[in-house]
Design a protein around this ligand. Structure first.
Ligand code: NAI
Ligand code: MG
Length: 494
């Protein structure tokens, strides 16, 4: 932060520009969705009971109410699912023409669009994210991923000219809770387009939309066993990773579990892609359009409760504009709507689980203990449910725990810089390398930084923009392999 607190510029108060309206509640209706009390496993095109007979609860983190019971798959269930996937691979899916496979994927995409509202509501109820996010981001992007890879299914020879590409076999896919349906689409669509079959395990707090997706597979007439959904906790995931008849593991989640998985598959023939954590830098230069940059900072870390692996969780502001940016940011934070995720005006919904809620609180406490200045938004938050105020950690040192570790919540560290070289060095100085944002008026600066920042994605004058055609993935401990675009096909072919 600028230390010259007595200079003229830093003294002037920047008037509040955002208005917080006293909006009436505008909740999305739940009347049109159907949830069962209990969900079984989707194996070989059928709903089957878990062999242990065990189920676990899935709850709504905004109300702490139980939504449904979810089957807990054990080793025997995983084995059943892998066998079904193998049989479907050998007898049906790998023999089908790309054009035929594509037809199924197009059908799945259209069915997601038809049921978009239902998916958005269930995603929000089960995961806590704002309805605005699930309606405008998660569900449309999930459908788009199926559309996009449907188009590739019969054109693989054009994607890789003069190379003979073959499907891998059975893919085991494990996904996290921050984008449940979207991560399922990211993983299933390219796998199927390339001729593989799938066993997918959703995260234990957010299984519902993946199970709903299984209903769409049934409706689309997808041959039995081509996609199997097994629900459960970490041990279910581990059973999938360790199953001997899996050809490929695709994992998105924490770096710790990613390392365990990497160790588990080393020395086997299993192909692996890992999409892990991040600590992405959002860099604001003096010549940036400041108001837009402030919106970009808010979008980068506060929307979706900071539950984004590529969240812009480290802010770097050039000294000359630091006071202005921070003041405007605080002002904007005070005017965010935190609360009922089902309300269409809500900016920030509920934290996904009690565990994650406690993790975020623990990090903010560490920040306090390390002597950092903490700014919490003055916005109101509900008394029930897991809600966090957007928070800034100011004046923080590069070596601080909060700058180095992934928090995965609406908590933003703020550092200042003077020169381009300094900010490149600081931005690159973490174990991660998933994404970055650069805000400047100068194209030359953008090009300079995109080549020097060690991050899989670098956004310029925007943040958190996604498209099925563009590859996504990390450097260093953020993982390896790319998802999305033509690159995403390569992970599912040999
Ligand atoms: P996690 O990595 O434990 O869970 C992700 C998925 O892996 C879930 O489906 C889980 O059941 C499964 N899993 C857990 N243990 C496993 C094992 N030994 N073998 C195979 N699969 C296993 O993530 P968690 O505990 O939910 O969140 C912890 C932290 O991870 C968060 O605070 C956040 O920092 C980070 N995270 C990063 C994500 C990303 O997109 N990069 C997504 C979710 C969490
Ligand atoms: Mg967990």
């Amino acid at each position: 932060m600028a230390k010259n607190k007595d200079s003229k510029e830093t003294k002037k108060d920047i008037p509040s520009q955002s208005i917080k309206w006293d909006l009436s509640p505008a909740p999305e209706s739940k009347g049109h969705i159907k949830l069962q009390d209990k969900y079984d496993l989707f194996i070989n095109g059928k709903w089957v009971k878990p062999s242990s007979g065990k189920y676990f609860d899935t709850t709504n983190p905004a109300t702490e109410e139980k939504l449904a019971e979810i089957a807990y798959a054990n080793d025997a269930d995983v084995d059943k699912a892998v066998k079904a996937a193998r049989e479907a691979y050998t007898n049906v899916w790998s023999r089908m023409s790309g054009a035929e496979r594509g037809k199924y994927l197009f059908r799945i995409a259209r069915l997601i669009q038809e049921r978009a509202r239902e998916f958005a509501v269930i995603e929000t109820l089960d995961g806590g994210k704002s309805i605005r996010e699930s309606r405008d981001v998660d569900v449309p992007l999930a459908a788009n991923h199926f559309f996009y890879y449907a188009g590739w299914a019969d054109k693989l020879q054009y994607a890789f000219p003069n190379r003979k590409m073959e499907s891998l076999g059975v893919a085991g896919q494990i996904i996290p809770w921050n984008f449940p349906l979207l991560m399922a689409a990211w993983k299933i669509a390219p796998a199927l387009a390339c001729g593989n079959t799938v066993v997918l395990k959703p995260a234990e707090t957010t299984s519902l939309t993946c199970l709903k997706l299984a209903e769409i597979f049934e409706e689309a007439g997808l041959p039995p066993g081509v996609v199997n959904i097994i629900t459960g906790h970490g041990d279910t995931g581990a059973a999938l990773v360790n199953h001997p008849d899996i050809n490929k593991i695709a994992f998105t989640g924490s770096t710790n579990i990613g390392k365990i998985i990497q160790r588990a598959v080393s020395g086997t023939n299993k192909k692996l892609t890992l999409e892990l954590g991040g600590k992405s830098a959002n860099i604001i230069f003096e010549d940036a359009a400041i108001d837009q940059a402030v919106e970009g900072i808010v979008n980068g870390i506060f929307f979706n409760q900071g539950h984004v692996c590529c969240a812009g969780s480290r802010l770097f502001v050039q000294e000359g504009v630091a006071d202005e940016v921070i003041q405007k940011l605080k002002d904007r934070m005070d005017h965010l709507y935190v609360g009922d995720p089902m309300d269409k005006n809500t900016d920030i919904g509920a934290i996904n689980s009690k565990e994650q809620f406690d993790t975020i609180k623990r990090y903010v406490k560490i920040g306090k203990n390390e002597g950092n200045e903490i700014y919490e938004s003055k916005c109101e938050i509900p008394s029930k449910g897991y809600f966090c105020r957007p928070t800034l950690i100011l004046d923080v040192a590069q070596s601080s725990t909060l700058v180095q570790e992934e928090i995965f919540g609406p908590v933003l560290t703020v550092q200042t810089f003077r020169t381009v070289d300094e900010v490149i060095q600081k931005a690159n100085n973490t174990q991660y390398g998933l994404a970055a944002g650069v805000w400047t008026d100068k194209g030359s600066k953008i090009f300079n930084l995109t080549t020097k920042l060690r991050a899989g994605v670098v956004w310029a004058n925007t943040y958190n923009k996604f498209d099925p055609t563009s590859p996504f993935g990390g450097y260093k401990e953020s993982g390896f392999g790319r998802e999305g675009g033509v690159h995403g096909l390569e992970s599912y072919l040999k």
